[in-house]
Write a protein that binds this ligand. Structure first.
Ligand code: 1PR
Length: 553
């Protein structure tokens, strides 16, 4: 197999990139020291996390000058995400650290007053020179395709500024802002999106770069650049709750209100509901068009050494065939291993990232951390799992999964917590409620409400909130819209609505009646009642922008 060199200067998640490169027929070799760069032909610079951190790491490792020399020499260079940002002059994210200065533009933070930041999800990358009369694309980018982005800072697009200097530019639109999704000139290609996480569209781009296939003429159908096609799509996530069943096998399960045992079993609860094998099901949902796949390890594997966690193997295998973002939750916290070794949450997360996860999802530990945050007078300790992981891997890598339950009261004064007046009073006629956070899979309630939790974890550096709802879980009765609106109003990071989806119309409802950034389904997909494709077809028929699965080409 031909070879490409990867420069992995921070211990990031590059496994999916390696898998994607292998998938398009190339082998990866690592650049281990600046001197290695002399003999490199094709170089990819991936990047995650913080601009300043990445550039300082490159600088202190002695890589900056050799990278510049590689670029000047005319040999193929590709930057991904912060690898693209590194080519620019600098970034508002850290004004004191200069970039490589190849592109004379500075990165700016997205306007968080008008939309969720980070920008997470599937968006366009459309060549600015493509018009309705046709045109050319570069490195396989297609105006009809969508690509997976996750970033808070972007190079805002100013028409013709870069094109005048010979750059090919592809843009995307987020809210009112148009930004650079990809650029190319001579031997340089860089994408703000993650091709390794962008399904077949991303693999096509990666393959085009590695094959040196720079320009393509678009078919008339693909050249039609309509406003309706441009922009962030509605993100649909398939969630797999995973645990060992009574026979000791790791299975996908699903409960209602978090009870995953069959109801027709013994009085103490029947068998754990077995809905299939995690790796196979993840692949199935990928091929149905799921925009992300989330695994929640709903029981801890207490007697297993951390390095042997069965979930690590599931991620390794899944990331070989599933090229969309993978999230793993359950047990992301400081842990004591079977031999008594203390393992910090950051190390647990690192194992998952190295196995192919793109994000970790923190549940119980986030609730405890939020309580401590308030007890300390809203002071950050710097030691929580959220803070340490987001500092090392970026906010976008940290999801907080919340498991709230409704608590009804007759009037708001009956509780110190933030209440809403609900359209759905309880049997006692009480029409106010607050949402109480729980830990340990809903088994233990805590004296903290969902708004307090959301604000605290946002301050700690969480990049996204996975908003479950125990009352709605497995009910097939639709999402808890009141809860979602409440939380969306409290924070600016993206929210994934979860629990209650039963039919495609529920996704339409949640996107129409709330400003949720994404929506997640579990049981309706596992039971085979609807596919992810059914949901997307339905949303598409209602004029929502959705990404369709692109078959291999
Ligand atoms: O606390 O950090 O170890 O994380 C444990 C994780 O496991 C948390 O994210 C918690 O939400 C999850 N979890 C724990 N117990 C259960 C359980 O079901 N017994 N599942 C559980 C959470 C909720 C969603 C579900 C949606 C949609 N499941 O994952 O997929 O409710 O379901 P639906 O569409 O069928 O209604 P930690």
């Amino acid at each position: 197999m031909p070879t490409v060199h990867l420069l992995d200067y921070v211990a990031g998640n590059v496994r999916s990139l390696v898998n994607a490169i292998n998938k398009v027929g190339y082998d990866v070799e690592w650049v281990r020291s600046p001197g290695d760069l002399r003999d490199v032909e094709s170089l990819i610079l991936p990047g995650v996390g913080h601009f300043g951190h990445c550039l300082s790491q490159l600088s202190s490792g002695g890589y900056l000058e050799p990278i510049k020399q590689h670029i000047i020499s005319g040999k193929p260079f590709m930057g991904i995400c912060v690898g693209l940002q590194a080519l620019f002059e600098g970034s508002e994210e850290n004004v004191n650290v200069p970039g490589l200065g190849v592109v004379p533009v500075r990165m700016q933070k997205f306007n968080a007053e008008t939309k969720s930041v980070p920008h997470i999800g599937w968006n366009s990358a459309t060549n600015t020179r493509v018009g309705s009369s046709g045109g050319q694309s570069f490195y396989g980018l297609n105006p009809s395709s969508k690509y997976y982005y996750v970033h808070s800072y972007a190079a805002l697009y100013e028409p013709d500024v870069l094109e005048r200097d010979g750059w090919l530019v592809a843009t995307a639109k987020y809210g009112e802002e148009t930004f650079i999704g990809a650029i190319a000139r001579d031997n340089i290609f860089a994408t703000q999106f993650h091709p390794e996480k962008s399904g077949q569209a991303g693999l096509r781009t990666l393959r085009a770069f590695l094959n040196g296939d720079k320009l393509q003429t678009l078919t008339p159908e693909d050249s039609i650049r309509t406003e309706e096609k441009i922009g962030l799509t509605r993100r649909i996530i398939a969630c797999l709750d995973v645990r060992t069943n009574d026979a000791g096998d790791l299975v996908v399960t699903k409960g209602d209100q978090y009870d995953v045992r069959e109801k027709d079993g013994a009085s103490a609860g029947g068998q754990v509901r077995n809905l299939g094998k995690p790796v196979d099901m993840a692949k199935k949902y990928y091929e149905q068009g799921a925009d992300e796949v989330t695994f929640l390890n709903i029981t801890s594997f207490r007697n297993c050494p951390v390095a042997d966690l069965p979930m690590l193997e599931i991620l390794r295998r899944t990331s070989e065939t599933v090229f969309v973002p993978l999230t793993i939750g359950g047990g992301i916290r400081d842990t004591v291993d079977t031999d008594g070794t203390h393992i910090p949450a950051l190390d647990v997360a690192t194992m998952y990232f190295k196995s192919g996860a793109d994000k970790v999802s923190i549940g119980s530990d986030a609730v405890i951390a939020a309580e401590e945050f308030y007890q300390a007078g809203r002071m950050l300790s710097g030691k929580t799992a959220i803070e340490t992981i987001s500092k090392a891997y970026g906010n976008q890598a940290v999801v907080v999964s919340v498991d709230p339950k409704r608590v009804y009261v007759a009037k708001p004064e009956d509780t110190t917590h933030h209440t809403i007046e609900t359209k759905y009073p309880n049997a006692a006629g009480q029409s106010y409620c607050w949402y109480q956070c729980t830990i340990k899979g809903g088994r233990e309630t805590r004296d903290i409400d969902v708004c307090q939790l959301a604000k605290a974890v946002e301050a700690m550096g969480a990049g996204e909130l996975l908003l479950n709802c125990i009352d709605k879980d497995g009910s097939n009765s639709g999402f808890d819209l009141e809860l979602i609106n409440l939380v969306k109003d409290a924070i600016t990071i993206p929210v994934i609505a979860s629990s209650g989806a039963g039919v495609p119309q529920h996704f339409e409802e949640v996107f129409k009646k709330t400003t949720t950034d994404a929506a997640l389904g579990a049981g309706m997909f596992h039971r085979g009642e609807f596919t992810v494709g059914d949901v997307k077809n339905y949303l598409g028929s209602k004029d929502f922008l959705v990404r369709r699965f692109e078959p291999d080409i």
